[in-house]
Design a protein around this ligand. Structure first.
Ligand code: BG6
Length: 484
C-alpha cells in the first residue's frame, strides 16, 4: 500500500451548529420548551467561573412563573428559523460539503411524550434539508444536543428515568422515517460525556432531584447508551446506507511532569474520557469502569437485553469535538485553567484563548492517532474552532486573522494524522455563523466565518456579513485542504 498524501477526495468539509444556539423561534409553530430555553444570560461580572449549569426545580418554577428581568438568549438564537435560506446560501458559497445541525426535539414532540408529532416542526426541518440538498450539502444531524424537552425534565427528571429511552426511540423513529431520503449521517447524543459534568445540560436532570450524584449520572448514561444502540439499529433498518455515529467531547490529558504518578493520573483521566467511546464503539463497558463503579458505590440497573443491544449495535463512526487539551498533576494543583466545563493545570508550552482554553493543534494529531489506534473506525471532527471577540472596522470588514491562524494550525495537524494513516472522513468547524455560546450564553464569544450583528444584550440588526475567514475557508475547501 502507498502512503496517503492528503485528504481523500470525498472529504466532508463544513460547519457545525446546534438548534438551541442557532434557531430562535423557541415558541413558534407548536414548539415546546426545552432545557436550553431555561438558561439565562449571566453578565460577565456576576459569573462564577465560566458558567453555572446546575438548575433546580425551584428555579424552573420561578422562570415559568415569568416576571423575571432576565434574558434567555437560547430562545432567540440568531434567528436561523427565519433566515435559514440566506445562511445556507452563504454556506454554499463557501463550498460546504456538509452541514452539522441538530433537530430540536421539542419542535417534534413538544412535551417529549406526546402521542403524535408536531407537523409544523417536521415541516421546518424538511425545508432546511431541502435547502441544503439544493446546493449538494449533506446534512449531518444530531438527535440530541443539550435540548431535552422540558416536559421530560419535569415529569421524569430527564434521562435519570428509564422511560425516556422509549420516548427518544419514538422521536428517532419519527425523524428517520420522515427524512429517510434526505439525511444519511446522524449522531445520537452530542458530547455524551458532558452529562458527568452537567447532568442538566447533558441529561435534563434537576439538581435537587439527585441523591447520589454519581449513581444518577452513570445510570442516566446507561439509559443513553442503550437508547443510542437501539437508535443505531433502527436507523440502519429505516435508512439503508445510513451512517450513525456517537459524539464525544474529546479531552486528551497530558501528565504535568514525567513523574509516574502524574503519568498514571493522566492515564486515568484518559480512561474516564474514553469510557464513552469504548461503550459506543466496542459494545461493552470496559473493565476499568467496573472497578470505578465498585469503589464509588455505583450500581447500574440493567434490564435483560441491555448488554446484548449495546454489543450488537455499535456505531459506524466516531465523532468528537476538539478545542483544547488538559494537563493534570497528581500533586497539589498549580495554576488552573480550563474549558467550558473542565479544568486543569496550565500547560506552559501552550497559549490560551481569551476564555482560557489552551490552544493545542498538535494535540489534535495526537488524539486522532489515539482514537484510531484504539477503535479502527472512521473518525469525524464535528467541532473545532476559536471563540474570540471580533472587531468590526468602520467599513464593516472584520480581520479575524487569529481565527484563520487557529483553524490553519489544526488543519495542518489533521492532514499529518491522515498521512499517519488515520481514517478521517470530515471536519465541521464549530459555529460557521456566530451563534449563542453554550456555556455563557454570550454573543460576544464568536466562532463564525459569518458575523451576526447581535450583542450580549440582545441588541442588533441580525444582519449577516463575511469575516476575512470566510474567503479563507472557501479556498481551503476548494483546494481540499491544500491551500491554507
Ligand atoms: C461544545 C458544544 O462543548 O462546545 C457546543 O457541543 C458549544 O454546543 C461549543 O457551543 C463551544 O462552547 P461555548 O461554550 O464556547 O459555546
Amino acid at each position: 500500500a502507498t502512503a496517503n498524501t492528503g485528504f481523500p477526495n470525498n472529504f466532508l468539509w463544513g460547519g457545525a451548529t446546534a438548534a438551541n444556539q442557532l434557531e430562535g423561534g423557541f415558541d413558534l409553530d407548536g414548539k415546546g420548551l426545552s432545557t436550553a430555553d431555561m438558561i439565562a444570560h449571566v453578565p460577565k461580572a456576576l459569573r462564577k467561573g465560566d458558567h453555572s449549569m446546575e438548575i433546580s426545580s425551584r428555579r424552573i418554577a420561578e422562570i415559568l412563573a415569568g416576571d423575571l428581568s432576565e434574558r434567555f438568549p437560547k430562545r432567540e438564537g440568531v434567528d436561523f428559523y427565519h433566515r435559514y435560506k440566506e445562511d445556507i446560501a452563504l454556506f454554499a458559497e463557501m463550498g460546504f460539503k456538509v452541514f452539522r445541525m441538530s433537530i430540536n426535539w421539542a419542535r417534534i414532540f413538544p412535551n417529549g411524550d406526546d402521542a403524535e408529532p408536531n407537523e409544523a416542526g417536521l415541516q421546518f426541518y424538511d425545508n432546511v434539508f431541502d435547502e441544503l440538498l439544493k446546493y449538494g450539502i449533506e446534512p449531518l444531524v444530531t438527535l440530541s444536543h443539550y435540548e431535552t424537552p422540558l416536559g421530560l425534565t419535569l415529569k421524569y427528571n430527564g434521562w435519570a428515568s428509564r422511560e425516556v429511552i422509549g420516548l427518544y426511540v419514538k422521536y428517532a423513529e419519527t425523524v428517520f422515517t420522515r427524512y429517510r431520503n434526505k439525511v444519511k449521517y446522524w449522531l445520537t447524543f452530542n458530547e455524551i460525556n458532558v452529562l458527568t459534568m452537567s447532568p442538566y445540560t447533558g441529561g435534563g436532570i434537576l439538581s435537587d432531584k439527585v441523591e447520589h450524584r454519581l449513581q444518577t449520572i452513570y445510570q442516566a448514561l446507561h439509559h443513553q447508551f442503550v437508547a443510542s444502540a437501539m437508535v443505531t439499529k433502527l436507523g440502519h433498518e429505516i435508512i439503508p446506507g445510513s451512517q450513525i455515529g456517537c459524539m464525544l467531547a474529546r479531552l486528551e490529558s497530558y501528565p504535568h511532569t514525567c513523574n509516574p504518578e502524574d503519568v498514571r493520573k493522566a492515564q486515568v483521566e484518559s480512561q474516564m474520557n474514553l469510557f464513552f467511546t469504548d461503550v459506543h464503539a466496542r459494545g461493552e463497558y470496559p473493565n476499568y469502569m467496573n472497578r470505578y463503579f465498585a469503589e464509588n458505590n455505583i450500581v447500574i440497573a440493567r434490564e435483560p437485553g441491555d448488554d446484548e443491544i449495546i454489543a450488537a449495535h455499535t456505531v459506524d463512526f466516531i465523532s468528537f469535538s476538539y478545542y483544547m487539551t488538559l494537563t493534570v498533576t497528581a500533586g497539589p494543583e498549580g495554576d488552573v485553567t480550563g474549558g467550558n466545563l473542565v479544568g486543569g493545570v496550565k500547560n506552559p508550552y501552550l497559549e490560551a484563548s481569551d476564555w482560557g482554553w489552551q490552544i493545542d493543534p498538535v494535540g489534535l494529531r495526537i488524539t486522532l492517532n489515539t482514537l484510531y489506534d484504539r477503535y479502527r473506525k472512521p473518525l469525524f471532527i464535528v467541532e473545532n474552532g476559536l471563540g474570540a471577540i471580533d472587531r468590526v472596522e468602520a467599513d464593516g470588514s472584520i480581520h479575524d486573522t487569529y481565527r484563520i491562524d487557529y483553524l490553519k494550525q489544526h488543519i495542518i495537524q489533521m492532514k499529518e494524522a491522515v498521512r499517519d494513516g488515520v481514517e478521517l472522513i470530515g471536519y465541521t468547524a464549530w459555529g460557521p455563523i456566530d451563534l449563542v455560546s453554550m456555556s455563557t450564553s454570550e454573543m460576544s464569544k464568536r466562532y463564525g466565518f459569518i458575523y451576526v450583528d447581535l450583542d450580549d444584550e440582545g441588541k442588533g440588526t441580525l444582519a449577516r456579513s463575511k469575516k476575512d475567514s470566510f474567503d479563507w475557508y472557501k479556498q481551503v475547501i476548494e483546494s481540499n485542504g491544500e491551500v491554507l
